[in-house]
Design a protein around this ligand. Structure first.
Ligand SMILES: [Fe+2]
Ligand SMILES: [Fe+2]
Length: 394
């Protein structure tokens, strides 16, 4: 089996060792046919990489499977997308400095974010910086193991916001037409329901889950002062900041689930360490944003651009209120895990591993994050997701 072309079903049993190990022990003709046999997955491997089967690796520490590479490549792409969206939030609402350069801030948008928490600009800055390091680290690790890093630069074609504060550069993500899935809010409060057991959870803020809404100012019209309101923050500006406040948590709860989902199919202990360690910071982010989202002030306003009414209810009052909506229940309520016959447990959910990468891509797409992106972008992302979802733990 060792040096033959592997069928697709065996791709995950293929190991990649570092380029300088066993460099001359793999006949080039065989290696070429091996790469050809790898098909689309093979494209992820640089020409300097050396392929062996697990049985040929020097020690278990050397092993990184094609499945591991596929998982890391999907995660690298996800982190690039996270960086791109967080960068846009930082340009308007964060702190622009040498750690996270770019943009010049939007004073009334920042004031509206600070209604949720006075430290919002710092948190936005830090979340942005974290994503930049995730992206850079995973790509650098892939290269260090002889695998191809991921670049989405070819797809940086979406327009920037026209509002003062943004850089005018090509973007990968669109924060101006979001349909924000807010089911995480009720999911983490329910004591009985878990999507992994087939349950569906209600939206906390149905009005931003339907239609297309901005989470950053689209133009300066979105951040006009209203002298009749505290701090001159108009209801429209506050609605945009509230939408951002919920979207922050929507993004980060996605990462909180995606990493444990994919970790279950990693083979290399070192790759598992990477996935667990980065995944943990996604949970830190989610916990922070979960706390802030509940501070979004109740309001109802018609967006003059979309014509849609945006409503943020008082989550602590009737007919909401109670455990599924109470705003200070920011820690994961214990719920059913693995089986309803087992005791309830406080957990990240969902964490079922099947179709994890494609599920994440579909969720981000459904949120409207990629409105305006090209067919080639979706094709590239789908390929990465399919490859990651084919990975099997060896
Ligand atoms: Fe991240
Ligand atoms: Fe994140």
């Amino acid at each position: 089996m060792a040096h033959e072309i592997l069928p697709a079903s065996k791709l995950s049993a293929t190991a990649v060792s570092s380029p300088n190990e066993n460099e001359h022990s793999f006949p080039s003709a065989r290696r070429r046919s091996f790469l050809k046999g790898l098909g689309v997955v093979g494209a992820a491997l640089s020409t300097s990489s050396l392929l062996t089967t697990i049985s040929e690796a020097q020690s278990p520490k050397d092993i990184i499977t094609v499945g591991d590479v596929a998982i890391l490549r999907f995660l690298a792409a996800a982190e690039i997308l996270e960086t791109d969206l967080w960068q846009q939030y930082n340009e308007f609402g964060g702190i622009q400095d040498s750690e996270v350069p770019g943009g010049s801030g939007s004073p009334l948008y920042i004031k509206a974010l600070e209604v949720l928490d006075g430290d919002m600009p710092q948190y936005i800055h830090d979340n942005t910086e974290d994503e930049m390091t995730h992206e850079v680290f995973i790509n650098a690790y892939l290269e260090s193991r002889g695998a191809e890093p991921v670049s989405l630069e070819a797809f940086r074609n979406l327009p920037s916001s026209q509002a003062t504060g943004a850089q005018q550069i090509g973007r990968l993500t669109n924060l101006m037409q979001l349909s924000v899935d807010t089911t995480w809010y009720t999911r983490y409060r329910s004591r009985t329901l878990n999507p992994d057991l087939g349950d569906t959870l209600p939206q906390a803020i149905p009005s931003i889950a339907m239609g297309q809404h901005p989470a950053i100012p689209r133009t300066d019209d979105d951040v006009q002062p209203d002298p009749s309101k505290p701090h001159h923050i108009s209801d429209l500006t506050q609605a945009i900041a509230n939408t951002a406040g919920f979207h922050f948590a929507t993004i980060e709860q996605g990462g909180s689930s995606l990493y444990p989902m994919l970790a279950q199919r990693v083979t290399s202990l070192e790759v598992l360490r990477i996935v667990l360690s980065i995944g943990g910071t996604e949970i830190c982010h989610f916990q922070t944003w979960h706390d802030k989202a509940g501070n979004a002030p109740p309001l109802s306003v018609v967006d003059p651009v979309t014509g849609l009414t945006v409503t943020f209810p008082d989550l602590n009052s009737s007919p909401l209120g109670g455990e599924d909506f109470q705003t200070n229940l920011i820690m994961p309520e214990p719920t059913a895990f693995l089986s309803r016959k087992l005791p309830a447990c406080s957990i990240i959910r969902p964490t079922a591993t099947k179709g994890a990468a494609m599920g994440a891509l579909k969720a981000l797409t459904a949120d409207g994050l990629f409105i305006g992106q090209s067919k080639d972008f979706f094709k590239f992302m789908r390929t990465l997701a399919i490859e990651a979802d084919l990975a099997l733990r060896q």
